[in-house]
Write a protein that binds this ligand. Structure first.
Ligand SMILES: Cc1cc2nc3c(=O)[nH]c(=O)nc-3n(C[C@H](O)[C@H](O)[C@H](O)COP(=O)(O)OP(=O)(O)OC[C@H]3O[C@@H](n4cnc5c(N)ncnc54)[C@H](O)[C@@H]3O)c2cc1C
Length: 448
């Protein structure tokens, strides 16, 4: 049984924990780091390529982002591109065509306006008419071999990196971290039971593999980060709303990523179609958005953890009631439940996919069993609403950071790691080679 002292302990071996291990190992003088992962391999949950949409979110096709958010995410996404460039040939970053598609006059008008607004920030995005869409994605632009009757417009590119196998990238980060820092220890099958204040620590983390003491602890444990924060009396103004995402497979119908236009009233990203990096002969459609009372999707448990993290009270009930009061959101939630019910789900889902591929048949759609993760959305009790982005809890005067990372948390992993590494070095009085990481990954400028 281990009883060791480290400068930094990272809880969670998904893409966020691995990115931080890499940044600390490669760009700071911190040598002793431990990465604790609950399961027997890295990226077992949301960061696995099977469980997310494998998109490098750049803000160009995600119409649920404001221009400001899109530009910020774009810079964070580019850190992954620069990381890949520095490390040469890789098996995690891929170039596919991508577009956001508008169908019908109203959507075409909205997209045309958005394309103009975003043009300066995203100069590589092209405005595609139905003919160009047919060249890139024939299955989208044609019905029965003839042009679709509805007006179509897309904003797209064939040049950009658009897909990432985040599971493989997780492993790559840890490999790079090991090369830079032989003092990095990765411990698998090490669920952190609790983080406690400790006279010799200042923190101690008990796991079945032993006790790990650390001067600074970062949790990158998805929804469980909030549970650990609550247990230490932090982040009590936050609850978790776990939103699972399922996918449907079809034979390969698309050449690249096709996103649809966001309904601004709906809280989760609109349906899209993507090449599947794990099963290249298939196209994946999804994700759905299913509310589930658990913190992990297919691991058989974590119901109790959900109730503990929910901290059900009047404010949480009011947030739920608010969601259900809105007709559009209520119908969306119910429809997403129906997407899971064998017997009716294919027929319903077919209708949604027809917006992208009008000729899709029910026979072509297969529910993708045991594929899809769970987005830990935050209920902000102070604001009394669902907060859709990522969340970081950093108790003042404590050497603790708790990261909760729904989408686009995989894309922003290096940006988050850069932020956290700066804070860790500041508090521990260690050296952060800020200029070097900015030269390597951020074209020489800080991330705002
Ligand atoms: C359906 C869906 C589609 C998505 N699509 C995209 C996309 O296309 N692009 C994108 O950028 N993002 C996407 N996301 C979001 C993305 O998957 C997550 O933001 C990202 O994977 C979060 O990584 P993480 O390392 O923070 O968390 P996770 O990958 O969930 O990893 C957390 C790790 O912590 C471990 N852990 C938990 N508790 C403990 C404990 N007590 N002790 C030790 N270890 C523990 C877990 O085992 C796990 O390995 C999607 C998410 C979903 C669900």
């Amino acid at each position: 049984m281990s009883d060791k002292h480290f400068e930094v302990a990272i809880v969670g071996g998904g893409i966020s924990g691995a990115a931080l291990a890499h940044v600390l190992s490669s760009y700071t003088d911190i040598g002793s780091i431990v990465l604790l992962e609950k399961y027997d391999h890295l990226a077992p949950l949301n960061s696995s390529a099977r469980n997310n949409s494998q998109t490098l979110h750049c803000g160009d096709i995600e119409t649920n982002y404001t221009l400001e958010k899109a530009l910020r995410v774009r810079r964070q996404a580019s850190m992954i591109e620069h990381y890949a460039r520095i490390h040469g040939e890789n098996d995690f970053l891929f170039r596919y065509p991508k577009m956001v598609l508008a169908v019908g006059e109203a959507e075409c008008e909205t997209l045309a306006e958005r394309h103009e607004t975003f043009r300066e920030g995203f100069p590589y995005m092209q405005r595609w008419d139905a003919r160009r869409i047919a060249e890139v994605e024939p299955a989208v632009a044609l019905r029965g071999g003839h042009p679709r009757s509805e007006p179509l417009l897309a904003s797209g590119t064939t040049e950009d990196f658009s897909a990432v196998n985040y599971g493989r990238l997780t492993e790559h980060f840890v490999h790079t971290a090991h090369q830079a820092n032989p003092g990095l220890e990765v411990v698998l099958r090490a669920p952190a039971e609790a983080i406690e204040r400790d006279a010799d620590g200042p923190y101690a983390i008990d796991t079945p593999q032993g006790r790990y003491r650390a001067d600074f602890v970062v949790t990158a444990a998805g929804a469980h980060s909030l549970l650990m924060a609550h247990r230490m009396g932090h982040g009590l103004d936050k609850s978790i709303l776990p939103v699972a995402g399922s996918f449907y497979h079809t034979p390969r119908l698309l050449n690249g990523k096709v996103y649809t236009l966001q309904n601004p009233k709906l809280p989760f990203a609109a349906l899209h179609g993507d090449p599947d990096l794990v099963e290249p002969d298939k196209t994946r459609f999804g994700p759905t958005a299913l509310l589930l009372p658990k913190l992990e999707r297919y691991t058989g448990g974590t119901y109790l953890d959900f109730w503990r993290t929910l901290r059900l009270d009047g404010t949480v009930v009011r947030v739920f009631a608010g969601l259900f009061r809105d007709r559009d959101i209520r119908n969306y939630i119910l429809r997403n439940i129906a997407f899971e019910i064998p017997g009716i789900r294919k027929r319903l889902f077919q209708r949604d996919v027809q917006r992208i591929v009008p000729d899709i048949t029910r026979e072509q759609l297969q529910f993708a069993h045991r594929i899809g993760g769970l987005r830990p959305q935050i209920i902000d009790k102070t604001a009394g609403k669902l907060s859709l982005g990522e969340s970081t809890i950093q108790p003042p005067d404590q050497r603790l950071i708790f990261n909760i990372t729904p989408s686009p948390g995989a894309t922003t992993c290096l940006g988050n790691a850069y932020r956290d590494a700066g804070e860790i070095c500041r508090q521990l009085g260690r050296r952060f080679h800020r200029q070097r990481i900015e030269d390597d990954l951020l074209e020489g400028r800080p991330l705002d």
